[in-house]
Design a binder for this molecule. Structure first.
Ligand SMILES: Nc1nc2c(ncn2[C@@H]2O[C@H](COP(=O)(O)OP(=O)(O)O)[C@@H](O)[C@H]2O)c(=O)[nH]1
Ligand SMILES: [Mg+2]
Length: 355
């Protein structure tokens, strides 16, 4: 699962990216500003921390997602804008897009378009993504119209042409493809295009140093996080004790990095299942709606193939029982679920299988 950070030049993408990567323990060479940077990031989850305290395993394995830091999109310059188009393919490969918009003033860092206006920057980026999708849809329509002149597969071609024509209309009316897709069948027809405006979007208002604790006004109707990339980067360099002290001074309950990583996890419709034991406590990433046999397959294809039962308890039930599995069982809260059971976020599962 991968999240792209996009935005105009000097909005703080790389600063934020480095903070995210450093807090997860990895370092990335970000010296090239014309290239994307990729980092694997651990998803913070206090439930996994608690399970680790209870089971004292040899190993703790958090869920992971990837962040991709993209070069700045300069829409004010026609040549730069055109050159950037080659980068959309990397963004299409991502599951979610974070629009990093600048709200900080700086005497040394020139502002994009000589303005500091996060909302205007976000609107501009969204429009550019609609435009990129429109180009793809337009090209596809041309090809389908050509295909329609041949006798083969006319029904399927016509069906896709109808859908693409509707999508073009939506885009021309500044509506994202996300809102124009009506059902699973349509979603399936367009999946391979990986349209930008079909992905989940989140806005980061990189807002300088003050007023970080308050809630953020939604920008462009999207979920919005307010943070300071610079402060996050400084926080990421500190050890745990100094970090808590610094955060308390700033009135921050939780690092923006953690809030952002979790918001992305949720934005991609991901949930966590846990496996526990003396060897390992581990969070596994699932899509909301995944069933037990799919979840088993995440661990190993053998477990899916030889699936018998998913011995399941809710994290909240184990927590309420103070970590005593026997008490959970005695209360009738340990369930034996079958293949088609839809896994809930926080389920602790022990798969019984036979191969
Ligand atoms: N004052 C302030 N400066 C920032 C902040 N975030 C980034 N910067 C500075 O803005 C400049 C551009 O940041 P960078 O992360 O490289 O932007 P990018 O082009 O979006 O990757 C750097 O000099 C950063 O130190 C912030 O939250 N506050
Ligand atoms: Mg950068």
């Amino acid at each position: 699962m991968r999240v792209a950070l996009i935005g105009p030049p000097s909005s703080g993408k790389t600063t934020l990216f480095e903070a995210i990567a450093a807090a997860g323990g990895s370092t990335v060479d970000v010296s090239r500003t014309d290239q994307p940077h990729l980092a694997v990031v651990k998803v913070p989850d206090e439930r996994l921390e608690w399970l680790t305290e209870i089971y004292q395993p040899k190993k703790k394995v958090p869920a992971e997602i990837e962040f991709l830091d993209m070069p700045g999109i300069d829409l004010a310059d026609a040549v730069a804008r055109n050159r950037w188009k080659t980068h959309w393919a990397a963004v299409r490969d991502c599951d979610m897009v974070v629009l990093v918009c600048r709200a900080f003033d700086s005497p040394t860092v020139a502002a994009y378009r000589n303005r500091v206006d996060a909302a205007a920057d976000a609107e501009e980026l969204l429009a550019e993504m609609l435009f990129a999708d429109l180009e793809q849809v337009g090209n596809r329509i041309e090809r389908l119209e050509a295909q329609l002149k041949k006798p083969a597969n006319r029904d399927a071609t016509q069906r896709e042409l109808d859908l693409m024509t509707r999508l073009r209309e939506a885009l021309e009316n500044e509506k994202p493809i996300r809102d124009a897709i009506r059902d699973e069948a349509e979603a399936k027809m367009v999946r391979s295009f990986a349209f930008l405006s079909q992905k989940n979007h989140l806005v980061v208002v990189n807002g300088g140093e003050d007023d970080l604790a308050g809630p953020a006004e939604p920008v462009a109707g999207l979920t919005t996080l307010k943070l300071s990339a610079k402060i996050e980067d400084e926080l990421a360099q500190l050890d745990a004790a100094d970090r808590s002290e610094f955060m308390a001074d700033l009135g921050l309950g939780e690092s923006a990095r953690d809030r952002l990583v979790r918001a992305c996890y949720e934005g991609m419709n991901l949930i966590s299942m846990f496996t526990v034991g003396p060897d390992e406590c581990r969070a596994w990433t699932l899509h909301a709606g995944d069933d037990a046999v799919t979840a088993a397959g995440e661990i190993h294809s053998d477990i899916a193939r030889g699936f018998i039962r998913a011995e399941t308890m809710a994290y909240d039930d184990l927590k309420a029982a103070g970590g005593d599995e026997k008490a959970v069982k005695a209360a009738g809260r340990l369930r034996l679920e079958g293949k088609h059971y839809v896994v809930a976020d926080g389920d602790i599962i022990n798969f019984r299988f036979n191969v």
